[in-house]
Design a protein around this ligand. Structure first.
Ligand code: BJW
Ligand code: ZN
Length: 247
């Protein structure tokens, strides 16, 4: 492990353009459940009942109740050392993009700036009629389901559900960041949900060095240049720690 962390440090020290792809695992140490695995959300909830456009048209209130529960959970949580290590690192490197599949907003709270939110944001409501997007931090909601401030139509979470297309500007920005980087860090994602899952493969095909940080091996681990298994909240601060120089 120590050896792998030193190797990651060496790779990162030599790079001036870094792209990160993060997933639910980076927020696990903030107490936010991941999706898959033993304690994952999909153990107790069926995605087809809660995270698809069909589920929302059938029962918007049920879907909103689930999101309200998650908003409460996330509002009470804080960024962890992994989020902070990435935010500090952004200040030290000339080109840096953080692509996140997370909707929790914890990277922003930690101070990260150049963020691409692939799957949307839990704190935004999008009108199903006029498309207006509103920032909303109410927990609990004054009215459920929430209505659009512009036109009073039904609001929905501004989140990409299964079967929905990720907005093209988001895909473009992600691909551009991958194309331009020298090193890609893939942190806390199982790598099974497309199109995020293919981002690492695209980076690899275009000759980038890829470092994965995950509690456990993933289906893509063998494909990457370096795969470090452990908690991102413990590993990231070690990778980005600046050595003390004596003078
Ligand atoms: C730690 C840790 C610690 C724990 N430290 N690590 C091609 C092939 C097959 C299927 C498809 C395909 N293209 C599209 C699809 C369909 C679908 C898909 O991919 N399905 C697969 C599941 C098979 N994709 C879509 O529908 C996407 N749309 C799309 O592609 O549009 C075009 C299209 C449409 C239709 C047909 C064809 C093309 C949209 C996907 C949207 C995903 N949205 C979700 C839910 C949003 C709702 C919500 O949050 O409320 O986003 S799914 C869920 O998974 C969530 C996450 O962002 C996403 C990824 O999960 P993530 O982050 O990887 O979490 P986990 O739980 O899976 O993994 C956590 C990891 O952390 C684990 O590995 C742990 O080990 C690790 N870990 N603690 C470090 N402390
Ligand atoms: Zn509206």
């Amino acid at each position: 492990m120590e050896e792998k962390i030193l190797e990651a440090k060496r790779i990162i020290d030599d790079a001036s353009n870094i792209t990160v792809l993060s997933g639910a695992g980076i927020s696990a140490e903030s107490g936010i459940p991941t999706f898959r695995g033993e304690d994952g959300l999909w153990k107790n909830f069926r995605p087809e009942d809660l995270a698809t456009p069909d589920a929302f048209s059938k029962d918007p209130k049920l879907v909103w109740e689930w999101y309200e529960w998650r908003r409460k959970l996330i509002k009470d949580s804080k960024p962890n050392p992994g989020h902070y290590a990435l935010a500090d690192f952004e200040q030290q490197v000339s080109d840096y993009t953080l692509i996140t599949q997370n909707i929790d907003g914890l990277h922003q709270l930690a101070g990260s700036r150049n963020i691409v939110e692939m799957h949307g944001n839990l704190w935004q409501i999008r009108c199903t009629s006029c498309g207006n997007i509103e920032q909303n931090f109410e927990v609990p909601f004054k009215e459920l389901p929430p209505l659009c401030k512009n036109c009073n139509s039904l609001g929905r979470p501004n989140i990409v559900w299964f079967g929905e297309v990720i907005p093209m500007p988001i895909i473009d920005k992600s691909l551009m960041a991958i194309e331009n980087c020298q090193v890609m860090l893939i942190i806390g994602t199982s790598g099974v949900v497309e199109p995020a899952a293919s981002m690492g493969l695209i980076a690899k095909q275009t000759g980038k060095t890829i470092i994965e940080i995950n509690l456990e091996p993933t289906p893509n681990s063998n494909f990457y240049d370096l795969s470090i298994n452990g908690k991102s909240g413990e590993i990231l601060p070690q990778i980005f720690r600046k050595e003390q120089t004596s003078n």
